[in-house]
Design a protein around this ligand. Structure first.
Ligand SMILES: [Zn+2]
Ligand SMILES: [Zn+2]
Length: 291
């Protein structure tokens, strides 16, 4: 697929909830998204596999212009350093802007420290610009995150204990709103935040997924079950937000379970239909929708 300069699309790069990759032959990755708004190529979250998924979707790693991190759980940030470093070795020449909650700058500076031998060698031996000069990291809180000529971004703190700094993000561009919930328990105020969105990407789980994950993960205890229930949303709750917000399209992502052998698309949609009769996509890696 050739990339188009005027492309306005959302590509789901990783749609699995949680960091584990335990199912052999899996075709889904932890959370990452690509939002193309004309000349801006924006990554939302950097779960492991984001770089390869981006290239598979038809984009050079060096083409990305902006990265937003919703929170510092590893399924959203583990490959931040790897993505940016690969953008650099792929020919990055423009300034890359990374925005994330408090702690993101530290994640980045520690990555630079971890890779200091490689980075120094590539600057000296290959003539590359200094990586740290190409990347700016800024930390955001609730409110307006970014305003530029291509889009504006605002954030809303979600309910995702014990993470205090987890944010839903609204991107508004050319009069259209694309809302990403990040990770969140059912939160009625999200409906106001996502009101009239063209696309709402909402995290979602099913009870079968919660049961499966907690029984399969051998190195945790009952706290994992309690975390999932306290900090994430069921699919019918995502449907309720979509209904109350009157969104055009609901995209379910951060799926627990992502395995279609455990839950088929119809199982997800049946839950959503308790509250929402509009357009629904059950997320899968590589799915692309027009913005
Ligand atoms: Zn997550
Ligand atoms: Zn999380």
């Amino acid at each position: 697929m050739k990339t188009d300069h005027g492309e306005r699309t959302l590509t789901l790069l990783g749609t699995k909830g949680g960091p584990a990759l335990r199912t052999p032959g899996v075709s889904f990755l932890p959370t990452s998204n690509l939002l193309c708004l004309g000349r801006r190529k924006i990554i939302i979250d950097c779960g492991i596999g984001v770089t390869q998924a981006l290239v598979r979707a038809g984009h050079s790693a060096s083409a990305i212009t902006d990265i937003f991190i919703t929170h510092l759980h590893s399924d959203h940030v583990l490959e931040l350093g790897g993505l940016v470093h690969t953008a650099w070795t792929s020919g990055l020449q423009h300034q890359l802007v990374v925005r994330g909650p408090v702690g993101t700058a530290r994640v980045w500076s520690h990555f630079l420290e971890m890779m200091e031998v490689d980075i120094a060698v590539r600057v000296l031996d290959e003539g590359r610009p200094h990586l740290c000069d190409l990347v700016s990291v800024s930390e955001y809180d609730e409110g307006v995150v970014e305003e530029n000529s291509d889009f504006t971004v605002s954030s809303l703190r979600t309910i995702h204990p014990p993470m205090h700094d987890c944010f839903a993000l609204n991107f508004i561009s050319e009069g259209q709103k694309i809302c990403f919930t990040g990770d969140t328990a059912y939160m009625p105020s999200l409906a106001g935040f996502a009101e009239n969105a063209r696309i709402l990407v909402h995290e979602a789980m099913l009870q079968s997924g919660v049961d499966n994950v907690t029984s399969k993960t051998k190195n945790t205890d009952e706290r994992l079950y309690r975390h999932l229930i306290a900090s994430h949303s069921f699919a019918h709750e995502a449907g309720r937000i979509a209904h109350d917000a009157r969104v055009e399209l609901l995209v379910l992502s951060h799926l627990i379970p992502a395995e279609r052998s455990i839950a088929k698309d119809d199982d997800w949609i049946a839950e959503v239909r308790q509250h929402f009769s509009g357009n629904v996509i059950v997320g899968a890696d590589g799915v692309r929708v027009m913005v």
